[in-house]
Design a protein around this ligand. Structure first.
Ligand SMILES: Nc1ncnc2c1ncn2[C@@H]1O[C@H](COP(=O)(O)OP(=O)(O)OP(=O)(O)O)[C@@H](O)[C@H]1O
Length: 278
């Protein structure tokens, strides 16, 4: 260490991990059914100009009441829906303007897991097909047996037995189905996973197992998460940074230890006060 480093009042910050996702002034609209005013379409705008960033390996928590726009943000990020305005960049590249096949490389890097593991798995497909499908799309050179082997490895990694491959989603419990959803998301070897209320539909004991699995996978694979939840305790446990969403706007943003101890925004205080266990 040099003298100048020792005497500097502002030592260099810790080197930051690479920036993956940049969301800038994102707004999303849905057309109102039958909602015409004269000749112009009427819309609801559940997301009204939201900005945040996610770095490699980081977990950003997104909390807010039901209807505040959390899922809409998640869906816009994975481009299940298109933004109305604003920008989404991934590793410096605009992805809000891409569509169709041009989104494919992005879909390999960013995946989503859903709240209801029952509805998000096609009931007519075996688990081998469900986990194998993204492999078929993103690793077309793999032969059928290689895909099957890879699917078996992924299932083992999320704690499911190898004989799961030829079974159907209804043969599994809620927690096991969420594990299948996680295996499917992992198949493409993503860098970022949008986790939309991944444990909200599960029993409390199973919730802890899935949260632990997500944390283990993060450690092992260096994954980043956008962790969407209305459960403030889970978000506190998981996140490096928490965003508080109210009516489509981020009203507060802080590391969990600051946010939970010393919330600055009135809405955050109300949200925390509504959770007696905290
Ligand atoms: N496809 C759609 N068409 C019209 N309005 C929609 C659509 N999807 C969501 N909305 C509306 O947008 C608003 C935000 O919904 P969103 O699901 O993003 O909120 P959320 O914070 O994830 O809520 P929850 O925790 O209940 O899932 C809600 O008022 C919802 O009714």
């Amino acid at each position: 260490m040099t003298n100048s480093t020792l005497s500097s009042p502002h030592p260099d910050p810790e080197p930051l991990s690479p920036l993956l996702l940049e969301v800038e002034k994102l707004a999303v609209r849905y057309p109102l059914p039958g909602g015409f005013l004269g000749r112009s379409r009427r819309f609801v705008e559940p997301v009204k100009g939201v900005s945040f960033r996610i770095r490699a390996g980081q977990t950003v928590g997104l909390v807010g009441e039901s209807g505040s726009g959390k899922t809409t943000i998640g869906k816009a990020i994975v481009r299940l829906i298109s933004p109305h305005s604003g920008e989404i960049r991934y590793r410096q590249e605009r992805i809000d303007t891409l569509s169709g096949a041009r989104l494919r490389p992005y879909r390999k890097r960013v995946q989503m897991i859903f709240q209801d593991p029952h509805n998000s798995l096609n009931p007519r497909l075996t688990i081998a097909r469900i986990v194998g499908e993204p492999l078929e799309i993103h690793f077309p050179a793999l032969r059928a047996q290689e895909r099957r082997d890879r699917a078996a490895q992924l299932l083992a990694r999320v704690g499911l037995p190898a004989d799961s491959l030829d079974r159907f989603p209804h043969e599994f419990s809620g927690g096991q189905r969420q594990r299948i959803g996680i295996a499917r998301a992992l198949a493409v070897e993503p860098e970022l996973i949008v986790c939309d209320e991944p444990v909200s539909a599960l029993d409390v004991s199973v919730q802890a197992q899935i949260v632990n699995l997500l944390q283990d996978l993060q450690q092992e694979l260096g994954l980043a998460y956008l962790f969407i939840s209305h459960d403030l305790a889970v978000v506190e446990h998981m996140s490096d940074l928490v965003l508080v969403l109210n009516e489509g706007r981020i009203v507060e943003e802080a590391p969990p230890e600051e946010l939970y101890r010393n919330p600055q925004n009135e809405y955050t205080r109300k949200l925390l006060a509504a959770v007696p266990s905290l």
